[in-house]
Design a protein. Structure first.
Length: 134
């Protein structure tokens, strides 16, 4: 079964519908690639998916191991490469301090997050600079 339906809407935009929930997001080409930059670009979604996946896997790990995870926020920036045009680097700043974990717990949770499916998918193709406050 398909996960999403994507329609080209013209003007370098798409409309993406998540089929099981009906949630809709739009994408736009970025300013540096002939777009208006009014919505997430597809590469913005990849960067966002990486950070979101890390937090989600951390949450699952905590749930499975009886660890309270009540907070987590991330800012992510992507650096594009020109030839070929691709994501070259992700700069991720994650704040987990409000969870008040001891250092051993933080280390275990962070290790789980670093092994998220998106990270495994991108592998060595994208440099990741990760700063975590715990």
């Amino acid at each position: 079964m398909a996960t999403a339906k994507i329609e080209y809407k013209g003007g370098l935009r798409t409309e993406c519908t998540h089929l099981s929930s009906g949630t809709v997001i739009s994408t736009d080409a970025p300013l540096d690639n002939k777009g208006k930059g009014e919505f997430f670009s597809p590469t913005d979604l990849v960067a966002t998916a990486y950070a979101s996946c890390m937090l989600t896997i951390m949450g699952i790990y905590c749930q499975e191991h009886g660890i309270m995870m009540t907070s987590g926020s991330v800012e992510v920036a992507k650096i594009m490469e020109a030839s070929p045009r691709r994501i070259g680097k992700l700069m991720i700043q994650m704040d987990l301090r409000q969870n008040n974990w001891d250092s051993e717990t933080a280390e275990r949770v962070i290790r789980a997050g670093k092994a998220c499916p998106v990270a495994k998918t991108l592998g060595e193709n994208v440099e990741v600079e990760l700063e975590i406050l715990s």
